[in-house]
Design a binder for this molecule. Sequence first.
Ligand code: SAH
Length: 247
Amino acid sequence: MSAHSKLGTVTLVGAGPGDPELLTLKAARLIRSADVVVYDNLVGSGILDMIPSTTDRIYVGKKAGQHTLPQDDINRLLVDLAHSGKRIVRLKGGDPFVFGRGGEEMEELIAAGFDVEIVPGITAALGAAAGCHFPLTHRDHAQSCVFVTGHLKNHSIELDWPALARPSQTLVFYMGITGLGIISSQLIAHGLPGDTPAALIFKATLPEQRFVPTTLAELEETATAEAIRPPALIVVGSVVTLAGDRS
Ligand code: SAH
């Protein structure tokens, strides 16, 4: 603890993509020894089962028919909890710093004078690739791999489409299921062939995991036909053809 910090320490812990065996040893240790665990809907039930019954659990995810607790409220809650001097674990799906708003939580806590520790987790893209047996890069297929948010803002997605539409690149879209039409049409408009292999991956590394192969042009149609809903990733690039039929 630094000389300037107040009592509490908050650890932002990556819970990985779902399979409890994909937790780091450090994450498992901290989950078992926390006084309070603050978690949301991407944290798998197998991981929640590891929280001791004496530990306070605070759920800040979506409840049926309601929205997630606004991020400002989560930030404030973490600061309030940190004041208690207890060991606070903020458990987040995947890695806390990949599309997880962990950066904002860290900033707020540091601004309030607390120490923040970060424990990385396996991000969904890595879990999906391993769980569905396809590489993210491969000498014959892709020399780069880009993790992209497919989150809609005002019914559009503001991205550098010309850069994303480059050949020999794997694209992994997080939070993209509601923006599939835009993703397909923009990538095709910027030069990627409509028959570029693609895949939808639902609940990677969990027992419900589904790997649905398709093409860039047919992404939206396939997602509708196969009733793919979040949490799911969209992968665009020929690496997905290596997945075969294994999942
Ligand atoms: N911090 C997380 C990502 C949070 S954004 C991470 O590093 O993985 C939430 C999005 O992550 C979801 O909409 C979905 O696109 C993706 N996601 C998280 N877990 C997933 C899983 N097990 N399978 C497929 N996609 C997942």
